[in-house]
Design a protein around this ligand. Structure first.
Ligand code: SF4
Length: 345
């Protein structure tokens, strides 16, 4: 990827209406983690015992989430996705969603689906249209194994509730070899008569998730399984400019499916994503080992715009600098990050 011709120019002198990195990628999509807490214990996301919980004062209040978001919107952010942990476990989630819905952005949320029924009216009144729900298996016992909790029925009924209310539902399914890869075609079959969008996600390395690629299923392996079952009925759909997923459908099926291949086929060229952690730090990449503390600066009354521009300007071309598969698989590199629960994916 070519660096822009203004390499050595400090980003601060660049305009303040757009967030760009040195590869000219415009960043207008902010993912905000609202909490490190969750009511599930998914094995690829956090250790069974959970993570060390910290005092509430270290985390953004609802007001601070909204104040920080307004600053990002003033810099050109057009989409905000709320993530966690599980964003809906926050007692003030409704206040945050309502506050953010006043901003000129597309608002979306990624949830494990357990509490969706409590927030469906808020989603509607706040104009949320796109809801991502994590679901790694259509089998109850497997769901309980990977999440270490017994919420399968609740999640399935809430997915149906979202569909009944015409939300655009995307299903995030992390593929683990020998665990749920036998369900790839079942998940495709599941969307035959449902307006649902199933996304198969390659298993990614994060702190504490005991990642090694022998447990992963690649884009190619997933496609081979689907093509061997559906052959010419597999249709490639057009991908959006900044899409992380490669999108497909099956002829005459109501839903669609996609594959997110951060491990075997990264899609960093068109990355427009920034992440704000629940404790107010900006991560310029999902896999970056470095962060910038915006919250402390904002609490000290400092101008955080130069810090945001600097963080993104210094973003690496690919996967936080882990360009090759070898680098990416090297635990001395990929473990310099947080656990997934503390980033929000
Ligand atoms: S790995 Fe980093 S640079 Fe690549 S798409 Fe994800 S967030 Fe963007």
């Amino acid at each position: 990827m070519n660096k822009s011709s203004t390499d050595n120019q400090s980003p601060i002198i660049d305009n303040r209406s757009q967030i760009k990195d040195q590869f000219n990628r415009v960043h207008d999509y902010l993912r905000i983690s609202l909490t490190e807490r969750c009511n599930l214990r998914c094995s690829y996301c956090m250790p069974a015992e959970g993570i060390q919980l910290r005092p509430r004062s270290e985390f953004m209040t609802a007001e601070e989430v909204i104040k920080m978001s307004k600053i990002f919107v003033s810099l050109g952010v057009k989409k905000i996705r709320l993530t966690g942990g599980e964003p809906l476990v926050r007692k003030d989630a409704e206040e945050i969603i309502t506050g953010l819905s006043q901003l000129p952005v597309e608002l979306a949320i990624s949830t494990n689906g357990i509490l969706v029924d409590k927030y469906i009216d808020t989603f509607k009144s706040c104009g949320l249209k796109s809801i991502n729900v994590s679901l790694d298996s259509l089998k109850k016992e497997k769901f309980n194994t990977i999440t270490r909790r017994d919420y399968f029925d609740k999640v399935m009924s809430n997915i149906n509730l979202l569909m009944k209310n015409n939300f655009h539902v995307k299903i995030n399914a992390v593929m683990i070899k020998g665990f749920n890869d036998d369900e790839i075609c079942d998940l495709v079959e599941w969307m035959r008569d449902k307006n649902i969008h199933v996304r198969f996600i390659e298993f990614m390395p994060f702190d504490g998730n005991k990642w090694d690629w022998s447990k992963g299923i690649s884009f190619k392996e997933i496609m081979t399984k689907i093509e061997s079952r559906y052959g010419e009925n597999v249709v490639k759909l057009e991908d959006g400019k900044n899409d992380t997923a490669k999108n497909y459908s099956i002829k005459n099926y109501k839903g669609t499916f996609a594959i997110i291949s951060s491990v075997t086929n990264p899609f960093c060229d068109t990355c427009n994503r920034m992440r704000l952690t629940a404790d107010g730090k900006i991560k310029n990449c999902l896999f970056s080992g470095t962060e910038t503390d915006l919250l402390s600066a904002m609490r000290n009354g400092e101008d955080i715009v130069p810090m945001i521009l600097e963080s993104i300007w210094n973003k690496k071309a690919v996967r936080g600098g882990m360009e090759s598969f070898e680098d990416f698989s090297d635990s001395s590199q990929n473990q310099k990050n947080r656990s997934m629960v503390a980033i929000g994916g």
